[in-house]
Write a protein that binds this ligand. Structure first.
Ligand code: HPA
Length: 277
């Protein structure tokens, strides 16, 4: 058991993979499920997917699991859920994301991903709410992540660990997602540090360097997932058009509201995609 004031990941001498192994053991003990097949991180707007996936075997407060932080924001649910799909797949649903902007260090940001890998997951599904750069996109629209640009100037990898990120967002998994919904568009996710939204000039920069989506999560988690040998599938819910593309100011309330409105539809989509994986 741990809380924000007593986290083994804050000890620079701790081995983050060992902490993840302890967390996976906590999950196995508290859920009674030895091994999970797929892990799913639910960002804003995606929360209802958990209810649609299948039977909930266990709901575990994140604070009961080694190395997890308390959620920084209301609307980011601090639980882990073990779900069995009708097909018998065990899905670990992570509703407790630590964002880079919370300033607890990148080890805490990727702890859930490393825990998922230690719990046996071979596929990591990462979802988020984000801003859209493509003007044809509408708030409430889900898009697949095809690649990313990491503008945090940080990495979850420690030491000289040269991990290949070609096909980081698995083409195979994106194809499966498109068999469920052929209308799914895709784009390059650009992770900014946040927590402020981007300036219009930064959004233009992201566009010029090849970004289509702007957000504050996912890229660092995807890198850690690849390091751990998992296949990655990423989805963004476009909650708003990015600053300057949309002519009105951005607000967190508007972002949460867009997520809430889109939630039933995109959650159903996500549940169907996970069943198809
Ligand atoms: N920028 C960054 N993060 C976001 C946005 C955005 O426009 N919308 C939702 N999360």
């Amino acid at each position: 058991m741990t809380d924000i004031h007593d986290n083994p990941l804050d000890d620079p001498n701790a081995d983050p993979f060992q902490v993840a192994a302890l967390a996976a053991a906590d999950i196995a003990r508290l859920s009674g499920v030895e091994k999970h097949d797929i892990a799913l991180t639910l960002g804003s707007g995606w929360g209802k997917a958990a209810d649609l996936l299948g039977e909930t075997i266990a709901t575990i407060p994140a604070t009961e699991v080694t190395g997890f932080s308390k959620p920084a924001l209301e609307g980011h649910v601090g639980t882990l859920r073990s779900i069995r799909t009708p097909g018998g797949t065990h899905v670990l649903v992570i509703g407790a994301r630590t964002h880079y902007y919370e300033d607890h260090g990148v080890r805490r940001v990727v702890h859930s991903v490393r825990t998922a890998a230690a719990a046996g997951a071979k596929i990591m599904v990462l979802t988020n709410g984000a801003g859209g750069i493509r003007e044809t996109w509408k708030p409430g629209q889900p898009v697949l992540i095809s690649d990313h640009i990491n503008l945090t100037a940080d990495s979850p990898l420690e030491g000289a660990n040269f991990v290949d990120l070609t096909d980081l967002y698995s083409a195979r998994l994106r194809d499966i997602a498109r068999t469920v919904d052929p209308s799914l568009d895709e784009g390059v996710y650009t992770q900014f540090r946040g927590p402020h939204y981007e300036t219009p000039a930064e959004v233009q920069m992201a566009k010029i360097i090849g970004g289509n989506i702007v957000g504050m999560s996912t890229a660092l988690e995807a890198i850690a997932a690849r390091e751990a040998g998992m296949e990655v599938l990423g989805f963004s819910l476009i909650t708003n058009l990015a600053a300057g593309i949309q002519k009105t100011p951005l607000s967190h309330t508007e972002v949460i509201e867009a997520g809430r409105e889109a939630e039933p539809v995109i959650s159903a989509l996500l549940a169907r995609v996970v069943e198809a994986l």
